[in-house]
Every structure is written in C-alpha cells, then in structure tokens.
Ligand binder design. Structure first.
Ligand code: ADP
Length: 438
C-alpha cells in the first residue's frame, strides 16, 4: 500500500514538474532537464552497485559496516546484512554442535573410527588411536586395512557380515585383546568400534582353567575310589546285602562323577580350540561301523539298530572330536528310546552337504525345549537324564564340535514319536570318494 502511494506521489510530482517546466521553459529545455536528471540517477545506482560489489567481495562482509544508504538501496543493504548475520549464526551453531559431538565421541571408552564408503579413514577418536595404533591427522584418507594389518581383520572386512564382532590380539600392543565391530550407516559408510576386552578374556581364560584344573584334580581320586569300591564289592563280608547295595550305589555315583569330569574336560578342551584342528581325512563310514557296534553293546539287544551308509565320503576334521559328538548323539538315542524301539544311524550327502543323522522312535521332545537343548546342563527331564547316566553336557559338546567344523545341528522331534538329530557339514569339508555321486 505504501509502495503504491509512493509511486503515485512520484508520478504526480513528475507530472507537475513537467507541466511547470513546459509552461515556463519550453520543450527543449524540459527534455534537457530530464536527460541530466536521468544521468544523475544512473550515476547514483552505479555508485551503489559498486559499494555492494566491494562489500560482497570483502572476506568478512558482515563485519564491515555498510555506508549509509537511503531509499531502496538502504533497504536492500539492510536485508542482506540480516541474511548474512543469520547465516553466520546458524553456521556457528552447527560448528559448536559438531565440536560437542566430537568431544563426546573422544570421551567414549570405546574406540570409534569413521570410514567412508571405500573404507578410508575419515576420523578417529583417541581411544581408537591407542587401540589400533593409528593417528587421526596423519592417517586420515588411508585405507583401514593398510593400518590394521591382521589377516583376520582383512577377511572380516571383506566378508561384509558384521553381526558378530571380531576378536583379535594386538601384536603391537602387548597383551591387548580387542573386540572389533563394523557398524554400517548412512550411504555405505561405516563406523569401526573397538573395545578392549583384555580383562574379560582373562576372566574367561581363568574360568576355563578353573574347570580344567578342578576336573584334573578330581579325576585321579575318583579313579582310585572307583577301583577300591569295585574291589570291595567283590569281597564277602558279614552284612553282605547292605554292603553290596551301598557299594553299588557308590560305584554308580563315582561313575557319574567320572562321566561329568570327562565331559567337562572335553568342553574345556573344545573351548580352547578357537578354530578347527584339521587333523586329516576322517573315514566316517569306518567310524560309524565302530559306533554301530558300540551302540549294539550299549543297547544290549533292547533296540533294533540300523546303519545306513549312503556315501563313502570322508570328512576333513578332528577324529576324536567327531567321534565324541557322534557317540553322544547315538547314546542319547539309546537312552531316550524305550525297549523295542528303532534307531537308525545314517551317513549321506544331501544338497552337497555331508549329513550324519540319528533317528530314533523314542520319547521325543516338546518343541519349546528344542532351542535350549545345547545349553550346558539343560535337560527336559532331569530325573530321566540322571537315571540313564546323563551329565547334561552331551549336546553342548556336540554343538561345540560341530561349530568347530563349521557344521550345524538340526533337531526334528515329535513327543511320543521320536527324534532325528542331524549334523550337517559344509561341502568344503567333504572328501568324496570315487564312485560316490556328488
Ligand atoms: P543328557 O546327559 O541329560 O542326555 P544332553 O545334553 O545329551 O544331556 O541332552 C540334553 C537333553 O536333551 C536331555 O536331557 C534330554 O532331555 C534331551 N534329549 C537329548 N537327546 C534326546 C533324544 N534322542 N530323545 C529325546 N530327548 C533327548
């Protein structure tokens, strides 16, 4: 509204001045007057533009005060000043927020490395510098694998599967054990989080050592007592019946403890083996024939036991560990199958994987127990497990052995109908024999 009034007044003013000039000085003088007036106007605008140009070129534009200008130019300069001041303010806010974030990340107990989409280091905090031996300023722009040189790390980075952390021992930093994990974010960028788990590792080693030591300490006296009781049970004494009953009970308990110790030792040994000990080509069919005979003597004719060898394939792995895992599955089938039941041991190749399965027509397992069966000391029926001589560690051992062999355990079971436990080995560990179909 004010703009319109301004324009209207200007128009009236020009009309009146033109009228007065025409009436007093004639047309030529009036035109000359307007030419001079226009020239002055152009000079004024050109001057203002030059001031604006110089002001914009100055480095700290907003801090240089503008010369006083009136009219439209004054408005334009005032608006520009406000705009630049606002921009500076938000820039400062963003910078201080970034600084706060950087300080917070630096204070974190974990190491943080920010990497771009091609795994080059952008920034890292002091903890990561200490953990990984890198320098945020010197090494920015370097590929992470040039600085963390362990082969496992390169493999972990290339695998693109970061759900589980990678545990490495830092050779540069004596005795430092690190848990490293990539966290993808944004557009293919990654964070590398490093944690010092040296203490945790030490505690776990202590726990494993404790089990191993206790088991070793227990094994010898138990063997002696077991032997002594066996001798006693063969001797005649006045109160023969009671003595025999007590001795039988003690012998039974001793055996149970021996089995427990054996299982604890096996587990402790397996936990110490981080990777598969590839002892060689294990002749699985031969091993299963032996296990079949052992199963028959364990069952003592109470079950119908079958052995199906569909393939002669061998396995790359550890003989003792595989034998212990397979034997646990077979003895479970015998222990949890009523007399007269069927048990089938089978070695086959399915979808290029080697599959060892033990199928029984036993008591079966309720579905809710299946995911927990491989936990240590987890039993569906504690009483039954004890009566049949179980330690509650059999399937935990099986799981460990299979994990060491990159194999998986599959359990299919129906209460009252039976169970099938299958160990599936990857094709990479399978050694096919001539005549075997792949
Ligand atoms: P345990 O020494 O008690 O048998 P395991 O770890 O070998 O310990 O097995 C854990 C539990 O899984 C057992 O207590 C039992 O309840 C169940 N289980 C294992 N195998 C079978 C099977 N073939 N049939 C039914 N239940 C089974």
């Amino acid at each position: 509204m004010s703009g319109f009034r301004e324009r209207f007044i200007t128009f009236i003013l020009i009309a009146v001045v033109t009228g007065v000039l025409l009436a007093t000085m004639g047309i030529v003088a009036t035109l000359a007057f307007y030419v001079v007036a226009l020239l002055l106007l152009v000079i004024h605008h050109w001057r203002q533009l030059t001031i604006l140009d110089r002001w914009l070129q100055a480095e700290e534009s907003a801090s240089i005060a503008l010369p006083d200008s009136s009219g439209k130019w004054g408005d334009v300069f005032a608006r520009l000043t406000r705009l630049i001041q606002n921009q500076r303010k938000s820039y400062q806010q963003i910078s201080s927020a970034l600084e706060r974030l950087r300080r917070a990340t630096s204070a974190m107990p974990e190491g943080v490395v920010i990497m771009d989409e091609i795994d080059h280091i952008e920034w890292c905090n002091p903890v990561a510098e200490r953990h990984l031996g890198i320098d945020s300023n010197r090494d920015a722009g370097q590929h992470i694998s040039h600085l963390v040189r362990q082969t496992q790390f390169a493999e972990y980075l290339a695998a693109h599967s970061y759900s589980e952390p990678l545990i490495i021992k830092q050779s540069r930093n004596q005795g430092l054990t690190l848990s490293l994990q990539f966290v993808p974010y944004g557009d293919k960028q990654k964070l590398l989080i490093s944690r010092d788990i040296t203490r945790l590792e030490r505690v776990q080693t202590m726990r494993r050592d404790f089990v191993a030591n206790v088991s070793h300490e227990l094994r010898t006296p138990l063997t002696v007592i077991g032997g002594f009781l066996e001798t006693l049970s063969e001797e005649d004494s006045p109160d023969t019946e009671t003595n025999k009953w007590a001795v039988a009970l003690m012998t039974d308990q001793t055996r149970r403890m021996q089995r427990l110790v054996e299982d604890l030792l096996t587990l402790s040994r397996l936990e110490d083996t981080e990777n598969l000990v590839r002892e060689g080509n294990i002749n699985i069919p031969e091993m299963l024939r032996e296990l079949y005979h052992e199963a028959q003597s364990l069952s003592a004719g109470r079950h119908r036991i079958h052995l199906k060898l569909d393939t002669g394939a061998k396995l790359l792995g550890s003989m003792d560990e595989l034998r212990s895992a397979f034997s646990n599955l077979v003895s479970n089938a015998i222990r949890y199958t009523a007399d007269g039941g069927n048990i089938t041991l089978r070695w086959t190749v399915h979808e290029e994987q080697g599959v060892f399965s033990v199928q029984d027509s036993g008591i079966g397992i309720e579905p809710e127990h299946i995911p927990r069966l491989t936990e240590r000391f987890y039993r569906v029926d504690r009483g039954r497990s004890r009566v049949t001589g179980g330690t509650g560690l059999g399937l935990a051992i099986v799981k460990h052995v299979l994990t060491c062999h990159q194999a998986t355990l599959e359990i299919v079971s129906e209460p009252g109908k039976g169970s099938c436990f299958s160990a599936r080995f990857p094709a990479t560990l399978l050694i096919m024999q001539t005549g075997d179909s792949p």
